[in-house]
Design a protein around this ligand. Sequence first.
Ligand code: UD1
Length: 416
Amino acid sequence: MDRYRIEGGRPLKGIVTVRGSKNGILPILAGVMLTKGETILHHCPSIADVHFTLEMLEQLGCRIQKQNRSIIINTNDCKNIDINSKSVQKMRSSILFMGALLGRFKEVNIGYPGGCEIGLRPIDLHLKAFREMGVSIEEEKGILCCDASKCIGQKINLDFPSVGATENCILLATISKGHTTIYNAACEPEIVELQTFLNLCGANIKGAGTECISIEGVQELHGAEYTVSPDRIEAGTFLCGAAITKGEIELKNVCADNMRQVLLRLGEAGCIIKEQKDSIYLKAPQKIKPVSRIHTGPYPDFPTDMQPQFMSVLTLASGTSIISETVFESRFKHISELCRMGADITVEGQTAIIKGVKSLKGAYVCGRDLRCGAALILAGLAAEGETVVENACYVKRGYEQIEKVFTSLGANIVLE
Ligand code: UD1
């Protein structure tokens, strides 16, 4: 069961409810390790990255119960264990357990993280910030041995507004002594979500969503009940699916304010978009228009996680568009595959020049990371004939049964 088979050419039509956010829930699950007692999370997406993180929590002694889309986690019997390289390499966000476990147990041994290969993705910013807060970190055979017994709040200046480094600093500072201020913090909605959750648990964090976050350390956190926010990248992917197939869809459970750049660009491409409180309606044009140059960047700029999917849409535009990827250096793996489907894209360094073509042709293509796989599925939905997208495992990391969602909207797609 590792590939999608798609018969393209059917417009996506209908209503779909957006699931809980992958990048929202992952740091929250790490944050649960800071709490004592029971936490109940609602609207959790059933995706591989969440399943894997829950396995890690179980290894750490959490008791976990699932009820439909809710997950109940009891941390009363938690113990500190070494998180080996194998676990951490499965998923980059497991590095967030470094901040969370250091906060709770004051020491942790953890391997270097893995995840989708979309660039070098070092963790130097995480380590620099931790060291500034007084954490001693020694590396032994690829394992980071960290001791936070002398950790104290500090003024931290991130050289780049890294999402993960911001989250890791918040996690550590939340139950450390003293006051921490993070400057040049990432402003992503998922940071706000982490702040909201931790404050519900008794933390004292202010400023998330701005470049300056201040954290007054508290002694301990208790459990809380929290509903995970809608996934803005899943929502954007579905909208792009409707745009590329000349479809018409309505998304429910969505926050348009968190998706401004994507909505603006879909509008520029000729889509009619109507927003209501928790819903977005999109009707695609008969022909996609090219858009002015897109640069991906930290929030609120255009999200790098939507770049591949949006590029698929632009392959069918009535002119040329340009996308520069400024966040990750290897996030163009979809391009060679899109070209196999008849797209006309050239790359100059970190910039892709996309000349719109009349149509895409079905082909055998390979998803090489999560969003690359999603972009190829979208291209397959619009292409003439059959497309096979290999490596469904990547897509399953971040989308819950995407084939069922698209089938419910009228597409012909199966997972096999
Ligand atoms: C998070 C998201 C991911 C998204 C990315 C950027 C999660 C689970 N993942 O990833 O979906 O694509 O934000 O929006 O939330 N960097 C360094 N040193 C560091 C840390 C980062 O050089 O210590 C670089 C990275 O290599 C990358 C850039 O900074 O080029 C952005 O990375 P970062 O914001 O940290 O992304 P993640 O937290 O890994």
